[in-house]
Ligand binder design. Structure first.
Ligand code: ADP
Ligand code: MG
Length: 377
């Protein structure tokens, strides 16, 4: 397989004075008062920015914020400015007017790329225009690289494209799951069975044990014919059937159920019509802990319960087990997964935390991403 081109393979002296289009994922959560409420992704992206600055590149950072182009990147710029001197330009033309006059090492950021309709439609003309901003393109936006957008796959058709440091780290670490040390335990939680199905298909062969917890388990329970009451269950669960007889698969043996104002621990086959499963139970956490005891690798995606409503006991418990595991290297990722654990003070205890949500799932499922292919000659 051909390897994508990498920033680290460019001779540092060649970066001096070069105009670099740097795609980052600075789509940070913004609070009701308009401030960045969590700068985790930005901090992970800083090494590449700092490197380009130190080597004297003239960098234009490109990012989106929010699903459409309605938001301004101004709050993100404010956080960036705490770390580095960065200024904003509104449009591509604004940058083109100043780029050649800049001192080596100067950094600008382009306003929310999704303000341009050509971005998400991946219009060729728009990608070509973006490409005029740089001599080279660096993609360090792993978390967006499952998207075929102009600033991800379009620009490197017109100027040479390279993978940034965070992106490289993501690929190197997530790829360890394809060649795991054994015992290799996969813990899959969260919701939306259909988006996690490719992962199951891939890891049913690679993993030694797969724990299916969170709302994902409900699809399996439904296929087993259990009453699921008010619990969250996907409409079509038929594709869960193929895994039901696998000896590798572990479903929760107990669940925390809400019924009106009452919360109780139940066996998953004993639900009543108005019961709602909101977390896995203590025995299930115990079973996971026991079986994962001698693991050499643990891959975890998906909260185990509805943590937003404070049904987070099992998620907290497994997070601690995995973070403090004496023998297992861990790989953890997923947008909601990170949200669910970020206040536990464990972030630097895991082996590797992926900044990708959907991108991580796609990479783990397919072994590549459109954004990687675009950097591979
Ligand atoms: P990630 O973003 O980490 O990949 P998902 O998006 O798949 O995770 O799933 C996260 C969502 O799953 C959370 O909103 C969480 O509340 C929900 N969830 C987990 N367990 C349950 C449950 N038993 N009932 C309802 N929702 C659940
Ligand atoms: Mg999610």
């Amino acid at each position: 397989m051909k390897e994508p081109n990498k920033l680290k393979d460019i001779k540092p002296e060649e970066l001096h004075g070069k105009r670099v289009v740097l795609r980052l994922d600075l789509n940070l959560p913004i609070s009701a008062t308009g401030e960045v409420s969590d700068d985790y992704r930005l901090r992970r992206a800083l090494p590449t920015v700092e490197y380009l600055r130190a080597k004297g590149a003239r960098t234009i950072i490109v990012s989106h914020l929010g699903d459409d182009g309605s938001k301004s990147l101004a709050p993100v710029l404010a956080v960036l400015q705490n770390n580095l001197p960065v200024k904003m330009v509104e449009t591509v033309d604004d940058w083109l007017k100043i780029a050649d006059e800049l001192l080596p090492g100067e950094i600008y950021m382009l306003e929310n790329i999704r303000k341009n309709p050509g971005e998400m439609k991946n219009e060729k003309e728009f990608a070509e225009k973006l490409a005029t901003m740089g001599d080279i393109y660096v993609n360090d936006a792993f978390a967006v690289s499952h998207r075929e957008h102009a600033s991800i796959v379009g620009v490197p058709k017109f100027i040479p494209g390279f993978m940034g440091f965070l992106f490289e780290e993501e690929v190197a670490n997530l790829s360890k799951a394809f060649n795991p040390e054994h015992p290799f335990i996969f813990l899959l939680g969260g919701a939306k069975f259909s988006t996690k199905l490719p992962l199951l298909e891939k890891f049913i062969n690679l993993a030694d044990r797969i724990f299916i917890y969170g709302a994902l388990a409900h699809a399996f329970f439904k296929e087993l014919g259990y009453e699921m009451g008010q619990s969250l269950v996907e409409a079509d669960t038929s594709l869960a059937r193929q895994f039901l007889n696998s000896e590798k698969i572990y479903l929760p043996i107990d669940v925390r159920v809400k019924n009106g104002g009452e919360v109780a621990m139940k066996s998953p086959d004993k639900l009543k019509r108005d019961d709602n499963i909101l977390d896995v139970g203590l025995d299930s956490v115990e079973q996971f802990t026991e079986i994962a005891r001698d693991a050499k690798m643990i891959l975890w995606n998906g909260p185990l319960g509805r943590f937003e409503l404070n049904f987070r006991g099992s998620t907290d418990a497994v997070a601690k087990i995995i973070a403090n595991h004496p023998t297992a290297k861990s790989i953890v990722g997923g947008g909601d997964t990170l949200d669910s654990i970020k206040n536990l003070g464990l972030m630097d205890k895991f082996g590797f935390i992926s900044t990708g949500g959907g991108a991580m799932l796609d990479f783990l499922g397919n072994g590549t991403l459109p954004g990687i292919e675009a950097l591979t000659e």
